[in-house]
Design a protein around this ligand. Structure first.
Ligand code: SAM
Length: 204
């Protein structure tokens, strides 16, 4: 089951900040040394990753269909005087109108397999030569062995299956299931995430 923008608006309204102010662990760790360029964050939520990228010097476009999340992200960025472009739209319909990016990031967007396939392929086509596709989300193993995440297997990610969706022969920097510590009020649990980091060849 996937959810519409009204569902996500409701979830965001229920919390002052639904996700963290800090970027995702793997985004910050794996992309810290990548030279800044043009970045696209699809399903950016409140912008924890988009804002971090912009702070690192990237020129960032952040897209999400939740008006509440986009408004919150815009306010958070403005308060810190960080500039980025916010787009309130459905990532399955939006397209960048010919603009190319050096990084496309998709973090914890768990849609059905057909949608993921076309989104990954479109994202790849929006990369400039040498650009990177960085995907991080709940891994299939998380269903039985990890903390949190969607409760249905078909929306969870397998790193090799994601790599196989990309046309041509991408250079694979990372395609792994990795552990992410999650600190709750009761415990420190472990979530299992799929991390996929691919680089597009320089040849057209
Ligand atoms: C789990 S949150 C992750 C947010 C962000 N990527 C992060 O890591 O903090 C999933 C986000 O996907 C957005 N979303 C889900 N389906 C979408 C769609 N079809 N188009 C745009 N945004 C979508 C939701 O509004 C929500 O902000």
């Amino acid at each position: 089951m996937t959810f519409d923008d009204a569902h996500w608006d409701e979830r965001y309204r229920e919390a002052e900040l639904l996700w963290s102010a800090a970027p995702n662990l793997f985004v910050a760790d794996r992309l810290a040394d990548v030279p800044a360029g043009r970045a696209l964050d699809l399903a950016a939520g409140e912008g924890r990753n988009a804002i971090w990228l912009a702070k690192e010097g990237w020129t960032v476009t952040a897209v999400d269909f939740s008006a509440v999340a986009v408004e919150r992200g815009r306010n958070l960025a403005e308060r810190r005087e960080i500039r980025l472009v916010w787009v309130e739209d459905d990532v399955t319909r939006w397209d960048p109108d010919g603009e190319l990016f050096d990084l496309v990031l998709i973090a914890y967007l768990h849609l059905g397999p057909e949608v993921v396939e076309s989104l990954v392929q479109q994202s790849w086509s929006w990369l400039a030569p040498g650009g990177r596709l960085f995907l991080v989300g709940h891994a299939k193993q998380n269903l039985k062995e990890g903390y949190g995440g969607p409760p249905d297997l078909e929306r969870l990610w397998d790193p090799d299956e994601l790599v196989a969706l990309v046309p041509g022969e991408p250079s694979v920097v990372e395609a792994e299931v990795v552990e992410r510590p999650v600190v709750t009020e009761e415990e420190t649990a472990t979530a299992l995430d799929a991390v996929v980091h691919l680089v597009k060849g320089e040849d057209p």
